[in-house]
Every structure is written in structure tokens, then in C-alpha cells.
Design a protein around this ligand. Structure first.
Ligand code: CP3
Length: 359
């Protein structure tokens, strides 16, 4: 791999490798880039598919899930494709029915609230999630080594919070009540989640996922002490179990500035940074033995291109060409985001040369 590769087609031949190499902090010819929620409602092609299928229908039909995944990655010119699925899919085989209500987000019909509810959860039906692995196989067959393929799952705390709150939450009162008052039920719940997710990730890796991203989207609701006492161990176990399958792990959360050092202790290869902190500060907290991913504010994608370019360059300069930076947003793309701006950012990252900025 060398910097003389300028032709777009040749460039893409190396993309998957470039992304995986960056996860492992190996030198790369340029910074790899992809976007959280790169397939979604901001994209016309996705909205067309959604006219005919619900979100869960798309996830459960490998042909459609693969098509949505591939279309988004190709349209944006990114280095990695994240499989189209949802964080909540494992709830169903565990025995919790849920639905996505328009404008409301996910709703779990009978949330977990008691020790008996935890006992009733099943861990023996992870095979029912095989449709995600089938979709990954199709995406892997399409891209081969041209793009990195990312499988994903929720982190134990974030998934537990959905199961207990029954949906999104502002203060996580029910979650924290169970966490503080019934350690047997809380630990039992996290154990069951880790059991199912380990199997789910194994299916995804066997199907061709090059990397697994673990989304701890709501972990920022915890103080450092609570993270350490109630969430860290289960995350660490899941991270290590996935690494034992032979793939790097990206561990991502939001509002995590105070948690980063501890999150890095899970041993995850890459720590995802949200946008609230400069990238170099976040990386310092994470430590040099980990790669980082991030961290443009997704709402900056609504800004004029000059401002967007300035922010993109600031992030790339903060990374300073150190091996182990994957360019991304600090959280997911939101509906209404101009697709051209997402494409422009991907190009800015592809074209960026630190030497040009330094003059
Ligand atoms: O390219 C991609 O990244 C899309 C694949 C993807 C989806 N969900 C599809 C989806 C991924 C990686 C997820 C992960 C996910 N799901 C997370 C973690 C990521 C994060 O943002 O922190 C979370 C918290 C969920 C749970 C979830 N799913 C919520 C809260 C919502 C509602 C959000 C809203 O804006 O309505 C969803 C729905 C969802 N999952 C959509 C998509 C594209 C949008 C709804 C739709 O198409 O009907």
C-alpha cells in the first residue's frame, strides 16, 4: 500500500484492509471513513424501501437488508459497510416482543421489572437471529475485500436499559432501581444478555463480519462509579469473547468523556468517541494502546461546506496521522441530513493529506 495510489478503483481495492488495519493501529495509506447510521431515513433509496417494508421486515429479509447496506456504502464511498439491523433484534428470541412506533421509537410490550421477569428470559434461541448472518454473507460476497464489513450488537447495559424501561428513557429510573436494589436480578440479566450476544456475534463473524461494533449508546447515563460497579464487567466479558473469535472490537458510547479510560479497560481494540470532546483529548483518555473512531457532530452535516470542511480537518489534524484513527461521526446521522454533505465529508477524508495542511 502506498500514497501513489490515487485512482478511485484501485483505492477501493484496499478499503476493507485499510479499515481493519486502522482498527489494529497498523499504518494505512489514508484515514478510513464510514458513518454511524449510514443507511437510514436521510437517504432517498432507504425511504423507497421503507414504503414497502417495516424496519423489522427489512432486517429479517437478508436480500433486502444486504441491498440497503450495500447501497448506502456505495453511494457514500466509504471504507466499511455496517450491516443493516437493529440493536433490539435479540430481545425477540429472549422472549420480549417489541415494535417501532412511528415517531416514538421502540416500545417493548412487557418490560423486565422483577427477578421473575429476568428468570423467564430465554437464552437458547439465538439461532433465530440467523437472518442477520445470512445478510452479512450476502454483503461479504458482494464486497469481498473491497470494504470492511461491520457486524454489531448492543452492549449489555444499553440492551438491559431498553428491556427494563421498555423504550428510550430520560432518567433511566427503572433501570437504576433494579441495578441498585437487586444485584442478583441485575447480574442475572446481564449474564443472559452476554450469553445471547456472544452467540449472535459468533454467527456474524462466521458469516464474514471483519469487525464487531458494540453500541453502548446510553452508557453516558451512568456515573463512573456506577459504570465500574454495574456495567463494566459484562461489557468486558462480551468484548473479550468477541476478540476470541479473531476479530477486532469497536466499543462506542455517547456522553462518555468521563468514562473513556474505564471503557478502554474492557480491552476493546477501538473506542468510539462522541463529538463533545476534541478527538486528541478523548484519545489521551483512552490511551495509546487503543485505536479511536470519531468524532464529528452529526448535526454539523447541516452546516455550509466550508464550516464542515474546517471541522473535518480539525479532527484529522487532532489525530495527527497516528495509526489507529477511523473517521466517523460522534453519533448517528439524523433524518433530514443532506446526503451530498455526507458524500462530501467522505471525499474530504479520502483526499486529506496531513502534509498539505502543514504546508
Ligand atoms: O446504517 C446503519 O447504521 C443502520 C443500521 C442500524 C439501525 N439501528 C437501523 C435503524 C443500526 C446500527 C442501529 C443501531 C441502533 N438501534 C442503536 C445504536 C446506535 C445509536 O444510535 O446509538 C440504537 C440505540 C437503536 C434502537 C433504535 N432503533 C431507536 C432508538 C430507533 C428509533 C430512532 C428514530 O429516529 O426513530 C430505531 C429505529 C431505526 N433503526 C431506524 C433505523 C434506520 C430508523 C427508523 C426507521 O427506518 O423506521
Amino acid at each position: 500500500m502506498s500514497s501513489i495510489v490515487t485512482n478511485g478503483a484501485e483505492d477501493s481495492v484496499l478499503s476493507g484492509t485499510r479499515f481493519v488495519r486502522a482498527c489494529l493501529r497498523k499504518p494505512v495509506d489514508r484515514t478510513p471513513v464510514w458513518f454511524l447510521r449510514q443507511a437510514g431515513r436521510y437517504m432517498q433509496e432507504y425511504r423507497e424501501v421503507r414504503k414497502h417494508h417495516t424496519l423489522v421486515e427489512i432486517c429479517k429479509q437478508p436480500e433486502i437488508a444486504a441491498e440497503v447496506t450495500i447501497t448506502a456504502a456505495e453511494k457514500l464511498g466509504v471504507d466499511a459497510a455496517i450491516i443493516f439491523a437493529d440493536l433490539l433484534l435479540p430481545l425477540e428470541p429472549m422472549g420480549l416482543d417489541f415494535e417501532f412506533q412511528a415517531g416514538e421509537g421502540p416500545v417493548v410490550h412487557k418490560p423486565v421489572r422483577t427477578a421473575a421477569d429476568v428468570l423467564a428470559l430465554r437464552t437458547d434461541r439465538a439461532a433465530d437471529l440467523g437472518y442477520v448472518a445470512r445478510a452479512i454473507e450476502k454483503v461479504a460476497a458482494h464486497f469481498r475485500d473491497r470494504l470492511g464489513i461491520i457486524g454489531f450488537c448492543g452492549a449489555p447495559f444499553t440492551l438491559a436499559s431498553y428491556m427494563i424501561e421498555g423504550g428510550g428513557s430520560r432518567n433511566y429510573i427503572e433501570t437504576k432501581k433494579l441495578m441498585y436494589t437487586d444485584s442478583i436480578a441485575w447480574n442475572g440479566l446481564l449474564d443472559k444478555i452476554v450469553t445471547v450476544l456472544t452467540e449472535y456475534c459468533r454467527q456474524q463473524v462466521q458469516a464474514g463480519a471483519d469487525v464487531i461494533q458494540i453500541f453502548d449508546s446510553w452508557v453516558g447515563a451512568l456515573s463512573l462509579a456506577d459504570y465500574r460497579d454495574y456495567a463494566f464487567e459484562a461489557s468486558k466479558r462480551l468484548v473479550r469473547a468477541v476478540q476470541d473469535m479473531g476479530v477486532p472490537v469497536i466499543y462506542f458510547g455517547v456522553e462518555t468523556a468521563g468514562l473513556l479510560t474505564q471503557m478502554a479497560e474492557t480491552g476493546a481494540d477501538v473506542i468510539g468517541l462522541d463529538w463533545r470532546q476534541p478527538l486528541d483529548e478523548g484519545w489521551r483518555a483512552v490511551g495509546e494502546h487503543h485505536a479511536v473512531q470519531g468524532n464529528l457532530d452529526p448535526i454539523t452535516l447541516f452546516a455550509p461546506l466550508e464550516i464542515l470542511e474546517q471541522r473535518v480537518k480539525e479532527i484529522l489534524c487532532a489525530a495527527n496521522g497516528r495509526p489507529g484513527h477511523i473517521f466517523n461521526l460522534g453519533h448517528g446521522i439524523v433524518p433530514g441530513t443532506p446526503v451530498e454533505h455526507v458524500q462530501a465529508v467522505a471525499k474530504m477524508v479520502r483526499d486529506f493529506r496531513l502534509e498539505d495542511v502543514r504546508g
